[in-house]
Write a protein that binds this ligand. Structure first.
Ligand code: HSE
Length: 378
């Protein structure tokens, strides 16, 4: 008998999941150890011309009330109705694999607890880094380490825009519309540009690594909208690239300090050469030293690859809880604010640009000049 699953949402990622499943069905089933059948696709829009037109439903209850459906891929994005749908599926014991960063960053603790109680899985490999396997490695392969820091480029759209602006002299607007056309950007690209998407991803990583839910509202976040191309060029001549960096560090007092902001990355640091839609995550662990993960951070098939990988795992391990988990946090007192962030800074003071010799806080750096951008610690 085949295992039945459903896909919620037929946008860029959801349609990628369906296409990838049919393209590689034979090997996917072999890896899952069973035949699999896509029974429903949920979307309010009409898709009469797809080869899967008979699978579409507009009614979520068709999926929820069908006991044959044991696994669900959530690719709708946004908090609602995704949260209600995913929660209801887990409460019925249906495993869920999601690409939805906002959902995991805001409600991951609640959904993981339900999955655990109901003996099913809530997987979210696709929520961070697109195609890059990072959730499982952090949770499993690196589980023996004390992780002191994780830094990376976690938003494909902004990295694509910065690369196009610098390498191809494309305007910000043209680079953004190309990113949207290629299916990289969020529905509302403000989430990419202003760093909220990268913030959600560093919250997921921080929660996973440090074991307690880290809420996006507790993370200092600054995007790339104020980056001046002159600063990008000046930084380059000084031996640095400007990248939107998401970073979390463990402080000496036991708190953690997650931040998202444009940073100067020395050309000697491998992250500096990560361009276009690619993401990279550098993990510092006491046993492994540094480990780097690199790959396409957005796009239809790279993201679908991670969702379908999770789907296969959920089909394979129907009644074993393999989901990662972390505790709920009543408050985020264990998360330090931007006042605790110290770095050397790139400062522009009228026509003069320089890097400070001393580490200092953001407010101290901002007193020195107009553009104050921190240098990423090596
Ligand atoms: N908008 C996101 C990005 C999509 O550009 O990285 C993948 O999470």
């Amino acid at each position: 008998m085949s295992v039945k699953f459903a896909v919620l949402g037929h946008g860029v990622v959801g349609s990628g999941v369906v296409e990838l499943f049919y393209k590689n069905k034979e090997s996917i089933e072999k890896r899952a150890g069973t035949e699999m059948e896509l029974k429903y696709i949920l979307d309010l829009r009409e898709f009469p011309d797809t080869p899967y037109a008979d699978k579409f439903t507009k009614d979520f209850n068709d999926i929820l009330n069908d006991d044959e459906v044991t696994s669900v891929c959530e690719c709708m994005g946004g908090l609602e109705p995704a949260f209600t749908f995913v929660k209801s599926c887990l409460e019925r014991g249906k495993s869920v694999s999601t690409s939805n960063k906002e959902l995991v960053a805001e409600k991951g603790d609640i959904l993981l607890a339900i999955a655990k109680k109901m003996n099913c899985n809530f997987f979210f490999e696709a929520s961070v880094g697109g195609a890059i396997p990072i959730i499982r490695p952090l949770h499993k392969c690196l589980a023996a380490n004390e992780i002191s820091a994780v830094s990376g480029i976690l938003n494909g759209t902004t990295n694509f825009i910065l690369t196009k602006m610098y390498n191809d002299k494309m305007s910000f607007e043209d680079a953004l519309s190309l990113a949207q056309k290629l299916g990289y950007a969020e529905k509302d690209p403000t989430a990419d540009i202003e760093g909220f998407d990268a913030c959600r991803k560093i919250c997921i990583i921080s929660s996973l690594v440090y074991g307690k839910h880290v809420y996006p509202s507790s993370v200092y976040t600054k995007g790339i909208s104020q980056i001046d191309l002159n600063d990008v060029q000046t930084a380059d001549s000084m031996g640095y690239s400007i990248k939107l960096i998401a970073n979390v560090r463990k402080l000496d007092d036991g708190r953690i300090l997650p931040v998202v902001m444009p940073m100067l990355v020395p050309h000697s640091n491998i992250i500096s050469s990560v361009s276009d839609v690619f993401n990279a995550v550098l993990v510092d662990g006491d046993a492994v030293d540094k480990v780097m993960f690199y790959g396409r951070g957005a796009g239809k098939f790279p993201t679908a690859s991670a969702v379908v990988g999770d789907l296969i795992d959920s089909v394979k391990h129907k009644i074993t809880v393999f989901s990662q988990s972390w505790d709920s946090a009543e408050n985020n007192d264990f998360v330090a604010g931007i006042d605790s962030f110290k770095a050397k800074w790139y400062v522009r003071d009228n026509e003069k640009s320089y890097i400070t010799d001393e580490e200092m806080t953001m407010s101290e750096a901002e007193m020195l000049g107009t553009a104050a951008i921190p240098v990423l610690e090596q």
